[in-house]
Design a protein around this ligand. Structure first.
Ligand SMILES: CCCCC/C=C\CCC/C=C/CC(=O)SCCNC(=O)CCNC(=O)[C@H](O)C(C)(C)COP(=O)(O)OP(=O)(O)OC[C@H]1O[C@@H](n2cnc3c(N)ncnc32)[C@H](O)[C@@H]1OP(=O)(O)O
Length: 281
């Protein structure tokens, strides 16, 4: 078992340090005492999810799994935005091959994070719309700072969240609340998100949020890791398997959908209305 000896722990820490130097978009550090890893998303300025960031998140999760991570805290280097979701500029007039890879990598991230054997917490220290909410939802616990927004606003942009993400939302806030939230594409303020159970705790500062996250991870200190991960797999496995079975078909329909002129028009309008940076004409 990794981390059982100081030597193993030192090896893992060095490994992660080396790895993090290769990954400029995700910084990974390991607390040598607790063995918990913190993965900090740092793609300027809003951690919008393009292929490069998604690929790096996916590799990070793979390495953490391989090294039998004891717990993960996922957070953002920005003090305003956890993640702004998919990079809308990369979805506009896209190259079909790149979109295909992007979608497939997004699915991998969900599978690895939602299905990780180790416990996971999102420290949501900024806004988390759409894909940002997806990252938070795929963790087991969410601690959010005040005065930000979180939710799945896909309906507002002109599409539906995929089935696996709907499942993730239902499993977190229940069917009734999920139906209200998803059909309206609601973005919740921190306090509202707490009320419906979309986040578990609110913190006033990032330091406090990290403390709460570590407290959650420490709850498992005396639980045999294999029993914990088997139970998690039993609870989440069916949703993950459903995505695995449908992966390629979903990529095909997503590429068709995103490259369609009707979607491109509504995306263009959304960008012009909602984002400061505009499309070059
Ligand atoms: C078959 C169909 C399947 C459909 C699949 C559906 C779901 C799959 C799973 C998850 C995927 C979901 C889809 C998405 O994620 S779509 C993205 C949705 N995102 C948003 O709607 C967020 C839009 N942004 C904002 O609301 C705000 O920017 C903010 C995040 C609240 C931050 O606000 P603020 O602090 O005021 O910052 P600015 O607005 O000034 O933005 C700073 C900077 O960042 C640029 N930017 C913001 N968001 C994005 C983005 N999503 N992509 C690319 N760039 C973004 C913005 O233009 C500013 O740029 P400049 O600094 O250059 O001005």
């Amino acid at each position: 078992m990794a981390f059982r000896t100081a030597r193993n722990l030192a090896y893992f820490s060095n490994y992660i340090r080396n790895y993090s130097t290769n990954g400029p978009l995700v910084n990974v550090t390991v607390n040598e005492k607790s063995g918990f890893a913190t993965a900090t998303l740092q793609r300027p300025s809003v951690n919008s999810l393009n292929l490069e960031l998604l690929t790096e998140i996916s590799h990070t999760l793979q390495q953490l799994e391989k090294n039998k991570c004891r717990g993960l805290i996922l957070t953002s280097a920005s003090n305003k935005v956890f993640s702004a979701g998919l990079d809308l500029f990369e979805l506009h007039k896209p190259n079909a091959d790149k979109i295909k890879q992007m979608w497939s990598t997004l699915q991998e991230v969900w599978i690895k994070l939602y299905g990780s054997s180790y416990p996971t917490v999102a420290v949501v220290n900024g806004h988390a719309p759409a894909g940002g909410c997806m990252l938070a939802l795929s963790c087991e616990y969410r601690v959010m700072l005040n005065n930000f927004i979180i939710g799945l606003n896909e309906a507002q942009i002109g599409f539906s969240a995929p089935m696996w993400l709907i499942d993730g939302m239902r499993n977190t806030i229940g069917s009734r609340q999920a139906e209200f939230a998803l059909t309206a594409g609601t973005l919740f303020k921190t306090e509202e998100a707490l009320k419906i159970g979309l986040v578990d705790e609110v913190a006033q500062s990032k330091e406090e949020a990290i403390e709460k996250a570590e407290k959650f991870l420490n709850k498992f200190a005396k639980i045999p890791p294999h029993a914990r991960s088997m139970t998690k797999a039993a609870l989440r496995g069916a949703n993950i398997q459903a995505l695995v079975r449908n992966k390629d078909e979903e990529v095909r329909s997503y590429v068709d959908f995103v490259t369609d002129s009707q979607f491109q028009d509504s995306l263009g309008e959304f960008i012009e209305l909602n984002l400061k940076q505009k499309l070059s004409k």
